[in-house]
Ligand binder design. Structure first.
Ligand SMILES: *Cc1c(COP(=O)(O)O)cnc(C)c1O
Length: 463
């Protein structure tokens, strides 16, 4: 680095103007985001061509750079922080958690080892213990703080593969897959695509998945789960991505535990039902599984990206994600990289700790129950307007249909372009549906009423 550029950056760091500018822009963005259009309008999208430039030859003024981001970048954001984004399963961010994130970003910590960031290791340790209490998991459970459920599922499957093969007398790390004894993978037909992706990435082979039929809510039909044995990995679901339905954990975990099979629960958004007194019945029996994948950035409303792999078999998880290298100095404190596929990671445990500390048990219950109440409100109001709701609204998901699939499709486009709210489409058995997922602390009854009106207006406009 030339002396010239270093001294320039030193001056920028010390004067603080770059950070004050970023801070001011953030304040004005956050002030307006609740009332902003949900999906950006045409003009904002067209203005993005300003970023199509040649790689610059020299440096530029960092404040001007931030001003460009604010002027042309911010208007092309999707207002997922607000209360009217109902696409996929997309969380907002709690102010306390977002604030903690901004601080952790300024600290620029790496959560690889205790030696690289004691505070990050401490906050991960505390968050791990709180998560175990919330989900009532066995004392042996450890948590890895990963980017989201995709990586949490991948890590869990790696741990499951390690343990199941170890039980069959095979060391997968040393000997690999090629001549390994067969491992069976059993899951419901409505398993999430990231589970299938994880199985494919780890070499299980998607053709080898033993799919079990599901009932009209997308729950695995317990009686159709085949005879299990110790070569089996059973993948269950807390929160079907369309209907929000939960599998029967109690019965299936008991069956699996009798024969020493591994049970993983994909609870990306739904596992959080455990934290709400009136919804906890949905998650009955989850503590009997071996591993769990959950998101922070969905129901808990931490900023992106944040998810956790939780595993009651520490040895299997650590061995499956093993790393070696003489320069790695493990400590008797928490070394985060033991529980994640990544070596270097940002300090995302900070936002998780902040969200849980801010909410406490009562706030968490309030947050999750509130999402359920808004979903029920949406379902009832849409029903009253003559739409069909196809699922039992047990959690935060609502599947809406009209009697004409083509009309339903056209409505989705119209609603998205209106900027009033954002919903996506899906297929539910043989029907086209509009998926509405309530996953934001900011969604008020008025937001639901306004969004229902957007549905009604869209139907009128495209009929
Ligand atoms: C969102 C989701 C995933 C994937 O999670 P990411 O955090 O996006 O990686 C997996 N399973 C279910 C049920 C989900 O809703």
């Amino acid at each position: 680095m030339t002396k010239d550029l270093t001294s320039r950056m030193l001056a920028e760091l010390k004067s603080g103007e770059v950070f004050r500018t970023a801070h001011q822009h953030n304040l004005s963005y956050l002030e307006g985001v609740m009332d902003a259009r949900v999906f950006p309008g045409e003009e904002a999208l067209e203005a993005l061509t300003i970023f199509d430039e040649e790689l610059p030859q020299g440096h530029c003024d960092p404040v001007e750079l931030l001003n460009l981001l604010q002027a042309k970048g911010a208007p092309a954001t999707v207002s997922t922080l607000g209360g009217r984004y109902f696409g996929l399963v997309t969380g907002s961010a709690l102010p306390a958690s977002l604030g903690a994130r901004l601080m952790a970003d300024a600290w620029d910590q790496v959560s690889t080892l205790y030696a690289m960031s004691p505070i990050t290791a401490k906050l991960e340790e505390v968050a791990e213990s709180w998560l175990k209490q919330i989900f009532n998991l066995p004392p042996s459970t450890v948590a890895g703080f990963v980017s989201g459920s995709s990586m949490a599922i991948q890590s869990s499957l790696a741990a499951a593969r390690y343990r199941v093969l170890q039980n069959l007398g095979w060391d997968i790390n040393a000997k690999g897959w090629r001549e390994a004894p067969p491992v069976r993978v059993i899951t419901g037909r409505h398993t999430h695509s990231t589970v299938v992706k994880g199985l494919s990435m780890l070499g299980f082979g998607t053709d080898n998945i033993e799919y079990v039929d599901v009932d009209d809510q997308g729950r695995i039909i317990t009686a159709q789960v085949p005879e299990l044995d110790e070569s089996c990995i059973l993948l269950l679901q807390a929160g079907n991505v369309n209907s929000g339905a939960f599998d029967d954990f109690e019965v299936l975990c008991d069956r699996a535990n009798k024969v020493n099979a591994w049970v993983h629960i994909d609870g990306a958004f739904g596992l959080w039902a455990a934290a709400s007194e009136r919804l906890a019945h949905l998650t009955q029996g989850i503590e009997k599984a071996t591993s769990w994948s959950v998101d922070g950035h969905k129901t808990l409303n931490t900023p992106y990206d944040s998810g956790f792999v939780l595993c009651a078999d520490r040895e299997a998880l650590v061995n499956a994600l093993q790393a070696s290298g003489a320069y790695i100095v493990y400590s008797d404190k928490r070394d985060g990289m033991l529980y994640t596929p990544e070596m270097s990671r940002r300090a995302r445990g900070t936002e998780v700790w902040a969200a849980l500390k801010y909410l406490g048990r009562e706030g968490l219950d309030d947050l999750i129950w509130g999402m359920h109440e808004r979903a029920v409100q949406a379902a009832e109001a849409l029903n009253a307007e003559g739409f069909e709701v196809l699922n039992d609204v047990v959690f935060n998901q609502v599947l809406v249909a009209t009697d004409d699939d083509a009309l339903t499709e056209r409505m989705i486009g119209h609603i998205q372009q209106s900027g009033e709210c954002w919903v996506g489409g899906s297929r539910w058995f043989d029907r086209h549906v509009i998926r509405l997922s309530v996953c934001s602390w900011a969604t008020t009854p008025a937001d639901i009423a306004r969004s229902v009106k957007a549905f009604v207006d869209a139907r009128t406009a495209v009929s």
